[in-house]
Ligand binder design. Structure first.
Ligand SMILES: NC(=O)C1=CN([C@@H]2O[C@H](COP(=O)(O)OP(=O)(O)OC[C@H]3O[C@@H](n4cnc5c(N)ncnc54)[C@H](O)[C@@H]3O)[C@@H](O)[C@H]2O)C=CC1
Ligand SMILES: CC(=O)C(C)=O
Length: 259
């Protein structure tokens, strides 16, 4: 489609990122799927093509600036522009009391969750400035970026960093009509929570599924979040209806953290 807007979504081979990509494709965007895992990316691309969506893929690691720049270049080579860039990729890292933190386990979570967002913004903003058309950058934060999460201190640190980066980038990029916001989900039923539940068994003395169920009890709306719940917010943030919103870290958590 001529003049079709283009959205790039990192970590979109599965989970929240894949659903965000599906929603933005339904909203009319051409989609650039990107992930460090080639296999899931290929499967997602096949599904998107079967649905008739305009899609291309790029294998890359968000913690490497050169990969993020190449991702943006691939989007421009394929579809001509970048209008929305979603820094979704993230990992949970180690689940452990702060007294047992392993230094080797800290770097990956900070590299992917913090540097990944910084480098994604860098690559996307440079392209959007060159285009002169403005744009929307949307970052994955979390309830853990609003209130520290026990046994997830490095992850918490990374998501508080995303919150601050969102403020800083919004202030810098407003003059280019680029907005920067983040979505802060609660407990979403993806593979990340399957891993968290398993890792928590060691410290909480829980059986499989029990840690997740315990956290779910504290959700005011009484159910675990779906990836579609997250997409409802991100679709809005990527739309013209959000043109006057920037620098905000917006909760979508069914009522867990109350600001
Ligand atoms: N699942 C949840 O309850 C919540 C998730 N989030 C955030 O949402 C985002 C997505 O999470 P989920 O979909 O649940 O996780 P997930 O683990 O299901 O999917 C994450 C995707 O990111 C990719 N990825 C990991 N490292 C990467 C790297 N270095 N470069 C490129 N891609 C990489 C993975 O291959 C995977 O496809 C993350 O930033 C996460 O922190 C925030 C709040 C709650
Ligand atoms: C994965 C995540 O962000 C939490 C705190 O559930």
């Amino acid at each position: 489609m001529k003049n079709q807007k283009v959205a790039v979504i990192t970590g979109s081979g599965q989970g929240i990122g894949k659903t965000l990509a599906e929603r933005l494709a339904s909203d009319g965007f051409a989609i650039v799927l990107s992930d460090v895992k080639q296999e899931t990316l290929q499967e997602a691309e096949k599904e998107f093509k079967e649905k008739g969506f305009a899609v291309t893929t790029f294998v890359g690691d968000v913690s490497k600036l050169e990969d993020q720049t190449s991702l943006v270049n691939h989007a421009v080579d394929t579809f001509g522009r970048v209008d929305v860039f979603i820094n979704n990729a993230g990992i949970e890292g180690q689940v452990a009391p702060i007294t047992e933190i392993d230094p080797k386990m800290v770097d990956p979570v900070l590299n992917i969750n913090i540097k990944g967002v910084l480098f994604g913004i860098n690559a996307a903003a440079n392209q959007m400035i060159k285009q002169g058309t403005g744009g929307k950058i949307i970052n994955a934060c979390s309830i853990a970026g609003q209130e520290g999460f026990a046994m997830l201190a490095p992850y918490t640190a990374s998501k508080f960093a995303v919150k601050g980066i969102t403020h800083a980038a919004a202030k810098e990029l407003a003059k280019f009509k680029i907005t920067v916001n983040s979505y802060c989900p609660g407990i979403v039923g993806t593979s990340m929570w399957e891993r968290l539940d398993e890792k928590m068994m060691k410290y909480m003395g829980t059986k499989k599924g029990e840690a997740l169920a315990k956290y779910a009890e504290s959700i005011a709306l009484g159910r675990i979040q779906t990836t579609e719940d997250v997409a409802n917010l991100v679709s809005f943030l990527a739309s013209p209806n959000a043109d006057y919103i920037t620098g905000q870290n917006i909760l979508t958590d069914g009522g867990m953290v109350f600001n």
